[in-house]
Design a protein around this ligand. Structure first.
Ligand code: GTR
Length: 436
């Protein structure tokens, strides 16, 4: 993959400073990391179809009864951490409902999920849009958001989040609180009307409801992680205790628990998806919870779809240093020692099997290693084949904007690190193929 030409940047820089800012952030590429394919070290991937004792996995039963559980344990122990079961006292409260939302085409509902009895105990808010006039329960997309449910659409009926979030003027977040100016600021990432018109429901949750996305987030008063640590009588963070990604993924499962009780959404046809850190989360949610019908990773990169052993763009050391709360503590043992990891991320993709899984990259998003994401999808294929399914069906990274695949889908979108209409279009088509 070519790096951008210097003169191109210089011209933009002189002419359109605002554009260059967004271009640069879309091409997040810190110095001191490898973006050169010829400098990817040689590596050997762990075999998804070989048990830790060396035995080959030769039939679907050995996969589902032996190898899959073994891989789940390895990912829990070394990468994401272990999560608790759904809490006994969990309750769902309808906070608001509008049956004439989006000009009458959808019903908007806000659901508070209380994880424990007391009103001060941890909770999360689900924002749900369901198309009106459907014959029965509809399939849905479910994903977390970065800056609050109210950023997904300008709909004034959405409750403004009162949770802590990272200050960000362009997102309308001041002193770690959302302001009215933040309504709909991320609407370009959530094409709600398109999704509704295609006959799908859409649900989203602010990830910070579960664990605030900051270094000490796991210990925050509102964090589910702090709540469970206290409940289980632990003071210190255990080496295999869940990090933020696992806790966010756990929240997605609790939303699925809600769909199982509500009749508007078909809980057996929910696609879990996410962008970037929330794409890593979607992959882990799909692994931990086999009720998700489809698993979709958008530009998830290191610790998501990208192969760690390639050390292309973001590395294990860098992610553990910058985001000490995302993974379990054991993951730090692999800083600068990726080859010692008992797993690699193609095995995470394989954990979606036999369900359809989709991996998407972007041409300029070298930090997330598009080729490494493609290779993960590719190397998950033997598991799909063992289960009698078509996998990806291609051997080479496809040209930009050329979606490929069968039960494993993949595309390389032209452009930077984001989730766009183009990406959504492919996910809707993929869901149509597999869920209709
Ligand atoms: C980056 C991080 C990536 C990715 C991204 C995001 O700073 O290094 O792993 O998760 O943030 O979530 O937008």
């Amino acid at each position: 993959m070519k790096r951008p030409q210097f003169p191109f940047r210089a011209v933009l820089c002189a002419a359109v400073p605002a554009l260059i800012m967004s271009t640069l952030s879309a091409q997040h590429r810190p110095d001191g990391f490898n973006y050169d394919e010829s400098r990817v070290p040689e590596y050997t991937l762990p075999d998804p179809l070989r048990l830790e004792n060396g035995d080959a996995v030769e039939d679907p039963r050995a996969w589902s009864e032996k190898r899959r559980p073994e891989l789940m344990e390895l990912f829990r122990e070394h990468v994401y951490g272990r999560q608790p079961a759904a809490p006994e006292g969990m309750r769902f409260e309808i906070r608001s409902e509008d049956t004439e939302a989006l000009g009458g085409k959808a019903t908007r509902r806000e659901i508070t999920v209380r994880f424990a009895e007391g009103r001060d105990d941890p909770s999360m808010e689900i924002l749900l849009y369901v198309p009106n006039g459907a014959d029965g329960p509809v399939p849905a997309f479910l994903g977390l958001n970065f800056f609050g449910n109210h950023t997904a659409h300008a709909d004034p009926g959405i409750t403004l989040s009162t949770r802590w979030m990272r200050s960000n003027r362009s997102m309308g977040v001041v002193d770690n609180r959302a302001t009215e100016a933040s309504r709909g600021v991320r609407a370009d990432r959530w094409p709600v009307e398109t999704i509704i018109d295609r006959g799908y429901a859409l649900a989203t949750i602010y990830c910070g409801d579960l664990v605030p996305d900051r270094a000490d987030g796991l210990e925050a008063d509102s964090a589910v992680t702090a709540y469970f640590r206290e409940k289980e009588g632990r003071n210190e963070r255990g080496k295999d205790e869940w990090g933020a990604i696992a806790a966010w993924a756990w929240g997605l499962s609790r939303a699925l628990d809600y769909f199982e009780t509500a009749d508007a959404v078909d809980a057996a046809r929910v696609s879990v998806l996410g962008h970037s850190r929330l794409g890593k989360t979607a992959l882990w949610a799909g692994a931990e919870d086999e009720r998700f019908a489809i698993v979709i990773s958008n530009n998830s990169g290191c610790g998501g779809a990208a192969l760690s052993r390639r050390r292309f763009g973001e590395t294990v050391r860098r992610i553990n240093t910058n985001f000490p709360h995302w993974f379990c503590l054991n993951f730090r043992d692999y800083n600068d020692d990726e080859d010692a990891l008992p797993v690699d991320q193609h095995q995470l993709i394989a954990l979606a099997a036999p369900r359809p899984v989709y991996v998407a990259s972007a041409t300029e998003d070298l930090w997330a290693d598009p080729k490494g994401e493609f290779l993960s999808a590719k190397h998950a294929e033997p598991v799909y084949r063992l289960l009698g399914l078509d996998g990806l069906g291609v051997d080479e990274l496809p040209a930009p904007n050329t979606p490929v695949g069968h039960t494993i889908g993949y595309h390389l979108r032209e452009g930077g690190h984001s989730i766009t209409e183009y990406d959504w279009e492919q996910y809707l088509n993929f869901a149509d193929r597999h869920l209709r």
